[in-house]
Design a protein around this ligand. Structure first.
Ligand code: ATP
Length: 228
């Protein structure tokens, strides 16, 4: 699904991502876990072709990171805080985004159903809870029927009910044969739904592999990132 080799991003003297080498199998839900400032967003932005790496290379869906235009149409993304139109309904927001993105607007009811918002599509986005906003952002990412979804901290700021809805949604998305890379600064939020883990600290990979092996091999480290 994706590989990176020595992927590095420096901003002036600050190294945001420091030589990430990893390989992610297809069809997994991969949790990208690390504390604030660890380099998760920067890595995701490099995978999406939004930020150019300082060094290193990689592939997404078999295509080189140096040519994001060759794969981005097969990738859906939710970056922090979806910026949608508050005065439009959920349905209308998706209609606009489908047209802007060159996707079939007839898919809107289907993606609303997928994210559990079928009965709220007629309500204005501005009235949605944070969890519903995040789920509408994911619906927007699904309009192009992506093979890979990249979700940056979709559980951030959610209450326990919103968190649980988000976990259910991530599991449903994966069951439909999509690969998902989802970040969080707390392992506990996502570990139930992840079958692969990438743990990042200060731009470096601290663990990469099956979630089950992480739990058994390093039980003591499960509290690496306590709640802030
Ligand atoms: P968070 O959970 O807070 O979003 P993160 O793991 O996503 O954290 P990044 O946002 O990737 O981490 O940031 C990694 C480091 O790179 C941080 O020290 C951050 O301050 C720095 N950084 C990120 N973007 C820039 C930028 N455009 N210019 C300068 N420094 C940056």
């Amino acid at each position: 699904m994706l590989t990176t080799h020595n992927l590095t991003k420096r901003y002036g003297g600050r190294t945001a991502v420091d030589g990430l080498t990893m390989e992610l199998p297809r069809g997994v839900v991969a949790g990208f876990i690390g504390p604030n400032g660890a380099g998760k967003t920067t890595t995701m932005a490099m995978l999406l072709g939004l930020v150019r790496p300082t060094a290193g290379e990689g592939t997404v869906l078999g295509r080189s990171l140096s040519h994001p235009e060759r794969y981005v149409s097969r990738v859906g993304a939710l970056l922090e805080g979806p910026a949608l139109w508050p005065s439009l309904t959920g349905h209308e927001n998706l209609q606009v985004l489908a047209r802007l993105g060159g996707h079939d607007p007839r898919r809107v009811p289907e993606v609303l159903r997928l994210v559990g918002l079928a009965d709220r599509g007629g309500d204005r986005f501005g009235t949605y809870s944070l969890g519903m906003k995040q789920r509408l952002g994911i619906a927007a990412a699904l309009l192009g029927e992506p093979e890979l979804l990249i979700l940056d901290e979709p559980t951030n700021g959610l209450d326990p009910a919103g968190m649980s809805d988000m976990r259910d949604l991530i599991s449903r998305l994966a069951a439909e044969d999509r690969s998902v890379l989802v970040s969080s600064h707390l392992l506990g939020e996502l570990e139930q739904v992840c079958d692969w883990l990438l743990i990042i600290e200060q731009g470096r990979l601290a663990y990469a592999g099956p979630a089950g092996e992480f739990a058994t091999r390093s039980g003591a480290e499960l509290v690496l990132f306590p709640a802030e």
